[in-house]
Design a protein around this ligand. Structure first.
Ligand code: NAP
Length: 245
């Protein structure tokens, strides 16, 4: 498990990112918590310190190349290394294809896919030199199976799976593994906005008969982040209650 390891988690202030950061702390990792707004990550860093852990908060936008570099520099400056990058920041701008606006397409592709590219490129420089690293991309079940009303989001997450495999092949010789976790439908603010009827219909399609929790995703991230997972790279782990097999 990642004892003493240094982990960047993007989109850490709430939802799945927050659970991932706290799960890594519970295993002894030191955290660089990144988010657009400073308040959430500052509160999280304070909470981690109060638990006896180590964390710094970085206000940063994953779509800005200089911010991606800055979060990696901050990890190295504060903790001397960077072992784990969790590309978790993500957004939705749902609309049916015929009504989807260009700016909704661009916004989702830019955060979900380009953001992961920028952060991976910045992190890979340090990890390759160290000859150690774990990059974990938070994709989505809908990147594997599609979903009406989410052309932009599904394309971004399918693209993230392609990025995962390409980076896994490139970085393997430097002992850096790159994997994706593809959550099913998880109870967070992102899915809270769905009408109850839609949530019921979704649950009916899930063999395990419930939406997932943020902790369900964090457990899979911990598994991939572990030193012992050294021989797993380029994989997509579905954490979806059996909804997609
Ligand atoms: P969430 O509650 O909406 O949290 C996303 C976090 O990412 C927010 O804190 C958000 O900050 C941050 N963020 C957005 N754009 C950013 C940017 N450009 N730079 C830095 N941070 C940014 O979402 P979630 O449900 O926890 O989802 C986390 C990840 O899991 C996402 O990649 C999502 O696509 C994926 N996922 C979620 C589900 C689900 O059912 N919830 C299913 C499959 C995959 P702000 O608060 O400032 O917006």
């Amino acid at each position: 498990m990642p004892k003493g390891k240094v982990a960047i988690v993007t989109g850490a202030s709430r939802g799945i990112g927050r659970s991932i950061a706290l799960a890594l702390v519970a295993e002894g990792a030191r955290i660089v918590a990144v988010d657009m707004a400073p308040e959430g990550v500052e509160a999280l860093a304070a909470e981690i310190k109060a638990m006896g852990g180590e964390a710094i908060a970085i206000q940063g936008n994953v779509t800005v190349p200089a911010d991606a570099e800055r979060m990696v520099d901050a990890a190295v400056e504060a903790f001397g290394r960077l072992d784990i990058l969790v590309n978790n920041a993500g957004i939705t701008r749902d609309a049916l294809l015929l009504r989807m606006k260009d700016e909704d397409w661009d916004a989702v592709l830019t955060v979900n896919l380009k953001g992961a590219f920028l952060c991976s490129r910045a992190a890979a420089k340090v990890m390759a030199k160290q000859r150690y690293g774990r990059i974990i991309n938070i994709a989505s079940i809908v990147g594997q199976m599609g979903n009406a009303g989410q052309a932009n989001y599904c394309a971004s997450k399918a693209g993230l799976i392609g990025l995962t495999k390409s980076n896994a092949r490139e970085l393997a010789k430097r002992n850096v593994t790159v994997n994706a976790v593809a959550p099913g439908f998880i109870a967070t603010e992102m899915t809270e906005v769905l009408p109850e009827k839609v949530k019921h219909e979704l649950t009916a399609q899930i063999p395990l008969e419930r939406l997932g929790s943020a902790d369900d995703i964090a457990h899979a991230v911990l598994f991939l982040a572990a030193e012992r997972s050294a021989y797993i790279t380029g994989q997509v782990i579905g954490v979806n209650g059996g909804m997609y097999m």
